[in-house]
Design a protein around this ligand. Sequence first.
Ligand SMILES: C[S@@+](CC[C@H](N)C(=O)[O-])C[C@H]1O[C@@H](n2cnc3c(N)ncnc32)[C@H](O)[C@@H]1O
Length: 252
Amino acid sequence: MESTKELEESQDIEHEMRKQAKENNRKFITLQREFVVYPEVFYPPEDGHAHFVNSTIYRMATEEIAKKSRQASIEFLEVGCGAGFIGISVALSSEKCQVWATDIVDEAVKNATANAKLHGVESRFHAVKANVFDHEEINGRKFDMIYWNHPWGGYGTTTATKVQPLMRSLLDPGYQGLQSYLSKAKEYLKESGRLIVTFSYFYGSEERFTEIASENGWNIKVVDEKKCVQEMEGKRIEHFTAMVIELIEDVK
Ligand SMILES: C[S@@+](CC[C@H](N)C(=O)[O-])C[C@H]1O[C@@H](n2cnc3c(N)ncnc32)[C@H](O)[C@@H]1O
């Protein structure tokens, strides 16, 4: 997508999110569970990407859990948790699992915490307000898996661009969050820990994504991808590919 269109495109998607959330009484079903989604929190548009992404990440996390011995605990971190779909589902999958979650938007942290209570995993799901990893609860911890369903957009904005809470789901100004994620992740990963991100080269910039990954010593491995279709109410239909990407440390 041309960067000049980025803000306009994001406003259309924001409109779709608000409309669909209202039509569905602020409820979203994924991984066979119902979640509440607060007004300023990411509501996945009906383009099929969320179910693909959520089921792929859930499968990867449960495969990691299965590799552990009965006694071992597993630590999972979800950056940008939004309403908490993935982190809460992972916490529910095993009592061995401790989940931490961060979001830069206050309401997302409250929303994820409320959904964790709703599903009875509040003792194993800890959400905090943070810019990527930057919180005392997160600093010093090591995780088996770190995951971010990144906003994808934001390459055409500058780091100084002011972004409203819901738009934070779609725009990462100047890709500053992505830069922090990829530059600091190694500090937070266990030795065999896995670093995952979802991305789209249609809504995001392939050039900037690959550049930031490479500058920080990561090779990109596409774990899975899905072609999706988004209809923008009477405006246009967009075809895009959503990817689940694993960052593999470049050992050269
Ligand atoms: C595409 S939404 C994904 C929400 C949720 N994980 C999901 O899959 O439904 C991206 C999320 O990242 C959060 N976010 C954006 N920039 C962030 C940052 N710098 N640090 C932490 N969270 C951030 C947004 O507020 C939003 O909740």
